[in-house]
Design a protein around this ligand. Structure first.
Ligand SMILES: [Zn+2]
Ligand SMILES: [Zn+2]
Length: 260
């Protein structure tokens, strides 16, 4: 084991799809935070203890909220009933919705400004804007020691501004939501297909690959594909699309995982 292993940032998905999203980021020295709380409480606990048998939810330094869609926040209210001391971090527009719609107490939320770094339990966190069809959605850069974690799901357009954040990452979780052909030929209503493929919807496998092609830096060592559609994608297609791109880039050194 390398001597700096304790400094390595890591992430695991408790859930990653349009049914629920919750990710645990660890710094290597016992510190941990959650990105999104989109699992119902019982499922959250079951998944957390199966992956981290030693971790108690109240040891989480905080919960970072990306946006106010139900699959990212539906577990918050009950989680906070059990663990009221764990702070929730969100920007003001997201906070407004989760208070009004999801029964979260205003006092539980610490508001931040996008782009302004803040400290959460030994991590330095910075939120950045992403295009998606809800109030002020964000992705995150989370720094710990010498390492940086990038997190972006629910991304409508693979903007350069998002790629520039990706270029700082050692570890990244990036949406690879759908296969464009499977989406187009699916049985979904045309309006929904348009929404998902549109500029405020979700990233396709090809869009995710192009973002990685343009912006992955030599320091990127771990890439996780997230928020895969159950009926307009498969883990095998998402993986082979990204693997083909990594091979083309001569970056087969990057470890690739598919979050399900
Ligand atoms: Zn989502
Ligand atoms: Zn969303």
């Amino acid at each position: 084991m390398p001597s700096n292993a304790v400094e390595m940032i890591a992430v695991e998905a408790l859930a990653s799809s349009s049914k629920g999203n919750s990710y645990v980021v660890t710094g290597g020295g016992g510190e941990a935070l959650l990105v999104d709380c989109g699992l119902l409480y019982r499922d959250f606990l079951r998944r957390l203890t199966s992956i981290y048998p030693e971790m108690s939810p109240d040891s989480l330094a905080g919960i970072l909220i990306t946006h106010s869609h139900i699959d990212h926040v539906q577990g918050l209210e009950v989680f906070l009933k059990h663990y009221p001391t764990v702070p929730v971090f969100a920007n003001a527009m997201t906070a407004e919705v989760i208070v009004a719609k999801y029964g979260v107490a205003e006092e539980a939320i610490v508001c931040f400004e996008n782009g302004q770094p803040f400290e959460v339990g030994g991590f330095e966190v910075q939120a950045f804007s992403i295009p998606h069809d809800t109030a002020d959605p964000v992705g995150y850069l989370v720094r710990h020691g010498s390492e940086t974690y990038f997190h972006a799901t629910d991304v409508g357009t693979p903007l350069d501004s998002i790629g520039l954040k990706l270029s700082e990452a050692n570890v990244a979780t990036l949406e690879s939501n759908h296969d464009a052909v499977m989406l187009k030929t699916s049985n979904r209503p045309p309006s929904l297909i348009q929404r998902i493929a549109g500029p405020s919807g979700h990233l396709s496998n090809d869009q995710a690959a192009s973002l990685v092609e343009r912006f992955a830096a030599p320091c990127l060592r771990q890439l996780n594909l997230a928020h895969l559609s159950h009926d307009c994608n498969t883990p095998a297609i998402a993986e082979s699309t990204m693997r083909a791109m990594l091979a083309e880039m001569h970056r087969t050194d990057i470890s690739l995982r598919i979050f399900k």
